[in-house]
Design a protein around this ligand. Structure first.
Ligand SMILES: C[S@@+](CC[C@H](N)C(=O)[O-])C[C@H]1O[C@@H](n2cnc3c(N)ncnc32)[C@H](O)[C@@H]1O
Length: 389
């Protein structure tokens, strides 16, 4: 098999000679014969290179409506890598037009191949275009102010050493540029698993002292400044698109709104028969033993994804170890949600549910201890019949 390195293999460089610091390393990437064939066929139509017409000159304008053949909300993803999540998200959101920017040619070739493979299916993906180049150049020269509905930067190169922090993609100047290119209400969706990078982007990061999810709540809640809190799964399977719906429902005057995986038409892609059975059993036990304060029973009393008044955490004494005392008998650590659901029902709070799908987790492993947790939660639910009036 011949490897093609192609004339552009390692030639993406900062467009301005004075900008020597880039957020990427130049890597040589050679395409296989079949990747090259797909590239030759598809690139002229759905790919382009971000480069000025002549060195130091203007960039040719990008007419996105003509390129996509329609006018639709535009999302720019910078650093799409091999494009696995780009393709999955574009397929799920056919009403958005997605531009994927990457310097790494082989990654773009993999995305092209994956797009090509959808052409022969019932659901061809037609809403992705690719740009090879530096995302900063694309934002600066090809995207007008206010043109984007979304910008996505998923797991940018972390550049962990302090002397390399200046190479990080999400710097204050880049954030300013992104804010300018987003329309009002547009969203920057960034993901990183490097705490100090998140801090640099402007997020406050609280480092947990004690292990476990409940400790995260107990240590994190004192830092919450808003009146409302949205809790979501650390495994990346609480879809962000549901946030406006959770908020809108809460604004109707509820103390808590649950993003239920079991309220039709919602579905869980993470469940197996054991978790589905366990969630059903606990939810029904809570409904039967503790009633339901708002006429409709819970369909999902266990899910993390919900919005509630911040004060509830303290009013329901979820921070107090006493509510979880049974866990020592089972050698496990119990989460907050079942007790929250039980006590909210006991207090006859205003609670609503909306259907929210649970997609497959994108990170983390399920640390399920089905029998210890099952026994622990069931004992806790029964104990609440006489404990904590
Ligand atoms: C760690 S990878 C993550 C890839 C992908 N988003 C994912 O989550 O799997 C970061 C990618 O960003 C690309 N990248 C870094 N800086 C870039 C820039 N300024 N413009 C375009 N791509 C960039 C790198 O080439 C690399 O492929």
């Amino acid at each position: 098999m011949h490897a093609h390195s192609g004339p552009e293999a390692a030639e993406i460089r900062p467009s301005h000679p004075h900008r020597r610091v880039t957020s990427f390393r130049s890597r040589r990437s050679s395409l296989s014969d079949s990747q090259q064939a797909t590239w030759n066929r598809l690139w002229p139509e759905i790919g382009t290179v971000a480069r000025p017409a002549e060195p130091g000159g203007h960039y040719p304008a990008l007419d996105t409506d003509a390129w996509f053949g329609r006018s639709a909300p535009l999302v720019l993803e910078v650093g799409c890598g091999t494009g696995i999540s780009t393709l999955a998200m574009a397929r799920d959101e056919p009403d958005l037009d997605v531009i994927a920017v990457e310097v790494y040619k082989k990654g773009l070739a993999q995305l092209l191949g994956a797009i090509d493979r959808t052409a022969a299916t019932d659901a061809p993906v037609t809403n992705i275009r690719l740009i090879r180049g530096d995302g900063i150049d694309v934002l600066q020269h090809l995207i007008p102010s206010g043109a984007l509905t979304g910008v996505r930067v998923f797991f940018p190169d972390p550049w962990p050493k302090a002397r390399h922090h200046k190479r990080r993609l999400l710097q204050p100047q880049t954030l300013d540029l992104i804010v300018d290119r987003l329309r009002p209400g547009g969203v920057l969706h960034a993901a990183t698993d490097h705490a100090d990078y998140a801090e640099q982007i402007g997020c406050e990061v609280v480092r947990q002292r004690e292990k476990g999810l409940r400790a995260a709540y107990v240590e994190g809640f004192p830092r919450v400044r808003g009146d409302l809190v949205i809790t979501f799964s650390p495994d990346g399977n609480s879809p962000v698109e549901a946030i406006p719906h959770l908020v809108a429902k809460q604004q109707e005057g509820y103390d808590m709104v649950i993003g239920s995986r079991y309220l039709p038409p919602a579905r869980s892609a993470d469940d197996d028969w054991l978790t589905a059975f366990g969630n059903w059993t606990f939810t029904h036990a809570i409904n039967v033993l503790h009633g339901h304060a708002w006429r409709r029973p819970y369909t999902d009393a266990m899910v993390i994804y919900r919005i509630y008044r911040t004060r509830l955490f303290y009013e329901l004494e979820l921070d107090q170890p006493a509510g979880y005392a049974v866990e020592k008998w089972f050698g496990t650590r119990l989460g907050v949600e079942p007790l929250l659901s039980v006590r909210a029902a006991k207090r006859k709070l205003r609670i609503a549910e909306i259907p929210v799908d649970e997609p497959a987790r994108i990170g983390g492993e399920r640390k399920l201890q089905p029998f210890r947790w099952g026994a622990g939660y069931m004992t806790q639910v029964f104990r609440e019949l006489y404990f904590w009036k």
